[in-house]
Design a protein around this ligand. Structure first.
Ligand SMILES: Cc1cc2nc3c(=O)[nH]c(=O)nc-3n(C[C@H](O)[C@H](O)[C@H](O)COP(=O)(O)O)c2cc1C
Length: 174
């Protein structure tokens, strides 16, 4: 049987919540990126990495990029959490194109989460306020802009445990 480890980076708790659900379901160890020593991670056959979307970048994805050579013989799986609804297929496809190293067939899973202003760092709060302000200045917003405006206005949590199911199935199929 193959062994799996999950490494995650979470700023306001959403990715951590998904990581814990996956950990529970797969009975694997989930650890924060800050605690993940590469020598430990390399002991596993399957490496799952998760991070929150941050201005279209997956937080912490550098960990995968920087170690891609070392992960050559491993199964790498990446997931991201974000405020964008999973039904915004084109947006989610863009997240994948921008973040996932190409040509390596790394599976990517996206889980809708929400916004957590309570646990947000000061800099991120400022960034969100400026973004909201700029959007609010636009007189005629298209559907995406309107949706974005609504999805970042207040704190909410749309994460659901059932969203991890495709990732769980994939790992079990390995
Ligand atoms: C500064 C900032 C930028 C964000 N950028 C995006 C984004 O580009 N796309 C998106 O879908 N969600 C975005 N979000 C929402 C987060 O991705 C979402 O809350 C995510 O689940 C956070 O995960 P974490 O709490 O584990 O860090 C952003 C949130 C903040 C605070």
């Amino acid at each position: 049987m193959k062994t799996a480890i999950l490494v995650y980076k979470s700023k306001t708790g959403f990715t951590k919540k998904y990581a814990k659900w996956i950990e529970e379901e797969l009975n694997c160890n989930a650890m924060e990126l800050e605690d993940a020593h590469i020598s430990e991670v390399l002991k596993y056959d399957i490496i799952i990495f998760g991070g929150g979307m941050h201005a279209n970048r997956i937080n912490g994805i550098k960990f995968i990029r920087d170690n891609i050579e070392l992960f050559k013989n491993k199964h790498i799986i990446i997931f991201a959490t974000g405020a964008t609804p999973a039904s915004a297929i084109e947006e989610v496809k863009k997240f994948e194109q921008v973040n996932i190293p190409s040509g390596l067939n790394i599976p990517f899973f996206y889980f809708q989460s929400g916004m957590n202003y309570k646990d947000m760092r000061f800099n991120d709060r400022i960034m969100m306020s400026s973004f909201k302000f700029l959007l609010s200045l636009k007189r005629s917003k298209n559907l995406v802009e309107q949706g974005t405006m609504e999805s970042i206005s207040t704190s909410y949590d749309n994460s659901k445990q059932k969203y991890i199911e495709p990732l769980i199935q994939y790992v079990r199929s390995l």
